[in-house]
Design a protein. Structure first.
Length: 600
């Protein structure tokens, strides 16, 4: 087959639908069906591009990707398609004829092929810790290869977890083990459900993730949308379906099982995982689980488990992450700035954005996890702390757009005072022995907890979030009343002054960045836009390094995985990393020749 890119059509040439999908009980199957692609118009463009007399020589055409180009007044739909010719022998001739054209290439082989099949008698089953996107795909691929993994998830099944999460949003009641961060589906369940990433993916593992999502009930258009997303309500059903597949293939998924210790054997060949200490949070009983292969897919918020791994001597190091606020605008402001006269078009939906500014103080401020037509949510997992995140449903039809406005920070910025460790972690963990050029692996966690505890106090110590209008933030004055933008964060926003909510260098960078962003997107720095603090869970503040075989650098049998280990940043990349770790475990079981895994 031949892949052609940069096929452009006027927006008016595309079929549209009058109803956008809804997320409530009135949704029908017809709401979920995307309008058909303009196949006839695309066949005509393909024939022109390939130099064919007409489109009669095209046997089939499949849309691989569709995006929209809004850089000019006449907005265009841009397609990537794969075509097969009625005469397959002609494909090679046409590819040779267009060899210098980067937009006409052979269709890549994107079929996923497992690394092997489990032997009939696997002596000790592999264990996956965590059931977010990384853990789900690690367990799914292991199960598909016949390894019958055991999954341990500290939180609850997704529907019970949803009820607990609403308890914080509606009643200010936090369940530390069942919330936005912990439970089936991971933190990605309560997000926009974005399914795109900038990772290098030469094996097209991302396609495997997307296809499994569709098979589990996700909208089929995620396979061709340039910026696909699912949304929370739909993700719930998808996650449940993936769990059912794992169980049907012989795997087990055990909820409310918190790993409290890593059992390690040390001998002449080094350190080896031999099992886990597990607390059943429903009964309060602890037990040992024997295993030689542990995929640690913790997510970015399992701070007690990070501390345990550090105490057990597992190699880890501090890494950069970002901190900031959530910003909210009326979605219509963003739509008009991005889509112009086409704002509101049924095919376009709610517009998004991506912004970056390199501030004069050397810091980089940028938008993070933009949620069109969404809400700002309470995302803490710890008592007495406030954290924000963004969430959208599939329809993206809420009144506001929101995004993280964050500033990159570095381990050099993290606390070093042992007393700060004592307050944040309950022990200094050797911080008093640091030399001038050392950063403690857990120091980023210390900073996160400091900022989140401070935000709790600034918000009134009742899980309200501290907030400020953009105009007041730029001017350096406290906000007292809301303007035209109603913040969506529940259980509530306490207006005031955010200048003490983040380090001074972050405040300076954001105050400089917002007017710059206003010149890029008209209305972005509107005085009534609302900032809500704080955003601290942009990624894990540490990395657990692994070797080319996927195992911890100093603990054989431990496979650090996903966002919590520093190897992913979102649903898609976490799912891809889960597949890689499942393959690494399978190779170790089977004694296969190792295929190097990226350590970046």
């Amino acid at each position: 087959m031949i892949r052609l890119s940069e096929l452009k059509l006027a927006l008016s040439a595309l079929p549209t639908q009058t109803l956008r999908a809804a997320d409530d009980s009135t949704e029908t199957e017809s709401n979920r069906v995307a309008p058909p692609h303009p196949i006839a118009a695309l066949r005509h463009l393909v024939a022109q591009r390939l130099g064919l007399a007409d489109d009669s020589g095209i046997a089939s055409l499949h849309v691989f990707k569709r995006s929209f180009d809004a850089r000019k007044a006449a907005l265009l739909a841009v397609y990537i398609v794969d075509v097969a010719l009625t005469d397959p022998g002609q494909e090679g001739l046409l590819l040779a004829q267009h060899a210098g054209d980067p937009h006409i290439v052979p269709t890549p082989d994107m079929v996923y092929r497992p690394v092997g099949v489990a032997p009939a008698d696997v002596p000790v089953r592999p264990v996956v810790v965590g059931f977010g996107p990384c853990g789900i795909f690690a367990a799914l691929v292991l199960a598909q290869m016949g390894f019958k993994p055991i999954v341990l998830e500290r939180g609850k099944a997704v529907r019970e977890r949803t009820k607990d999460t609403w308890g914080l949003w509606r009643k200010r009641e936090l369940n530390p083990e069942s919330n936005v961060q912990f439970g089936e589906g991971g933190a990605g369940t309560f997000s926009d459900g974005k399914l795109y990433s900038q990772i290098k993916d030469p094996r097209h593992l991302g396609r495997k993730v997307m296809q499994e999502f569709v098979q589990a009930g996700a909208p089929p258009e995620i396979l061709y949308a340039a910026h696909p997303h699912i949304g929370t309500f739909k993700l719930v059903k998808v996650v449940e379906s993936l769990r059912a597949q794992i169980i049907a293939l012989g795997g087990e998924v055990r909820f409310q099982q918190r790993v409290t210790d890593l059992l390690i054997e040390e001998n002449a060949t080094g350190r080896h995982v031999r099992g886990l200490q597990v607390l059943d949070q429903a009964s309060g009983q602890s037990s040992e689980l024997r295993t030689d292969h542990v995929v640690m897919a913790l997510g970015h918020s399992a701070r007690d488990t990070f501390a345990m791994l550090y105490q057990r001597g597992v190699a880890m190091q501090a890494k950069p992450f970002s901190v900031g606020f959530r910003i909210e605008h009326p979605q219509g402001v963003i739509d008009r700035a991005r889509w112009g006269r086409h704002a509101g078009h049924a095919l376009l939906g709610a517009a998004d954005y991506k912004l970056v500014h390199h501030a004069s103080n050397g810091r980089t401020a940028y938008s993070f996890c933009m949620c069109p037509g969404g809400t700002v949510v309470a995302a803490t997992s710890e008592v007495g702390r406030v954290v924000t995140n963004g969430m959208s449903q599939y329809s993206r039809n809420e009144r506001n757009a929101n995004a993280g406005m964050v500033v990159g920070i570095d381990p050099q910025d993290y606390p070093r005072d042992p007393r700060a460790f004592d307050v944040a972690l309950g022990a200094s963990y050797g911080a008093e022995a640091l030399t001038a050029d050392q950063q403690h692996p857990l120091a980023g966690m210390v900073l996160q907890r400091q900022l989140e505890s401070n935000a709790y106090v600034l918000g009134g110590s009742d899980y309200s979030a501290p907030g400020q209008l953009v105009g007041d933030f730029i001017a350096g004055r406290a906000s007292k009343t809301l303007g035209s933008v109603e913040p969506s964060y529940q259980p509530g926003v306490a207006l005031g002054d955010l200048h003490t909510a983040l380090p001074s260098y972050a405040i300076q960078a954001l105050r400089e960045a917002l007017p710059v962003f206003g010149r890029k997107i008209k209305g972005f720095d509107m005085p009534d836009a609302v900032l809500t603090g704080v955003e601290t869970r942009t990624s894990a503040p540490l990395q657990t390094p692994r070797g080319a075989d996927g195992q911890s650098l100093n603990t054989a049998g431990l496979y650090p995985a996903g966002e919590g280990a520093g190897y992913a940043g979102g649903i898609l990349s976490a799912g891809v990393d889960g597949i890689k770790m499942a393959e690494a475990v399978a190779r170790n079981f089977l004694g296969c020749a190792e295929t190097k895994i990226s350590t970046s």
